[in-house]
Structures are given as structure tokens and as C-alpha cells.
Design a protein around this ligand. Structure first.
Ligand code: FEO
Length: 161
């Protein structure tokens, strides 16, 4: 049986993870429209990763007999001016998600929900990785600047599996 405050926080986090999935799918579409297939591919995989994050919360609630409450997913932006703008938004967004996860952990600690605290540790580690990857790509993008460099990076990102 899940604590009701923790359950509410978990349900809100399902929505936040699906919103992230939508955001990255929209970024994938925008890159695809601009002919940058490697970036589009990278963001499509990122979409799947976020949907998997949402499902981890979904499964945890179900395993513990809680009620999943799927909430409406707010609209996401459709287009960005430059790849640097995209990754600046990704870095900011992932920092926000880290903040959300810490908030959920705070509630699990307050409510002495040890099973949820264990579950959330994976997400705390995952956010370190998410922020690191997004920041690294942003730094590379800021360096390449010219068209050739951008196309090289596009080719590199296409290799993600
Ligand atoms: Fe599910 Fe990128 O955080």
C-alpha cells in the first residue's frame, strides 16, 4: 500500500516524464524537418527513454497496489531557431526534472516510505547522466559553429543505439 502523498507525487512524475517524452519527440520532428537526421534520431531515442521513465513509475505504483492517475499532457513547443537553442532548453529541462525528482524523494523521506526511496535512487543517478550528456552536446555545438562541424556532429549522433 502506498502513502497517499507519495502516490500523488509519483502520479505527477508520470506526467512530467511523458511531457519530457513529448518535448523530445517534438525536437526530433523539428530536426527531421531541417534535414538533420542524426539529431532527429537521437531525440527519437530520447523520447523512448522518457516514456520508459514514465513506465517505471507506472509499474512501481501498480506493484504496490496504488492507483495510477494519467493526467493530460500539456502542449510542447514545435520549433526552435538553432540546435544550440534546442540543447540549451534540454539542459534547463533536465535540471528541472532533477529538481522534481529531489522533490519526490523529499516526500518519500518525510513519509518514511523506504521502498520508494530505494526506487528513486535509480532516478537520482539517471539525472546526473542526463544532465551530463545534454551539457556535453551543448558544449560541442557551441564549439562547432560552422556548417561542416554541425553535419559532423549530426553524423555522430546518428550512431546512438
Ligand atoms: Fe526522465 Fe530526462 O528525465
Amino acid at each position: 500500500m502506498m502513502n497517499s502523498k507519495v502516490l500523488e507525487a509519483f502520479n505527477n512524475q508520470i506526467n512530467a516524464e511523458f511531457w519530457s517524452a513529448y518535448l523530445y519527440l517534438s525536437m526530433s520532428a523539428d530536426f527531421d524537418n531541417k534535414g538533420l537526421e542524426g539529431f532527429a534520431h537521437w531525440f527519437k531515442l530520447q523520447y523512448h527513454e522518457e516514456a520508459a521513465h514514465a513506465l517505471k513509475f507506472f509499474d512501481h505504483i501498480n506493484e504496490r497496489g496504488g492507483t495510477v492517475r494519467l493526467q493530460p499532457i500539456k502542449e510542447v513547443p514545435l520549433t526552435w531557431a538553432t540546435p544550440v537553442d534546442v540543447f540549451e532548453e534540454v539542459v534547463k529541462h533536465e535540471q528541472k526534472v532533477t529538481h522534481f525528482i529531489y522533490g519526490v524523494m523529499d516526500i518519500a523521506v518525510q513519509e518514511k516510505d523506504y521502498a520508494s526511496q530505494n526506487f528513486l535512487r535509480w532516478f537520482i543517478d539517471e539525472q546526473v547522466e542526463e544532465e551530463r550528456i545534454a551539457t556535453t552536446i551543448l558544449e560541442k555545438l557551441k564549439r562547432v559553429g560552422d556548417r561542416g562541424g554541425l553535419l559532423y556532429l549530426d553524423k555522430e549522433l546518428k550512431k546512438r543505439v
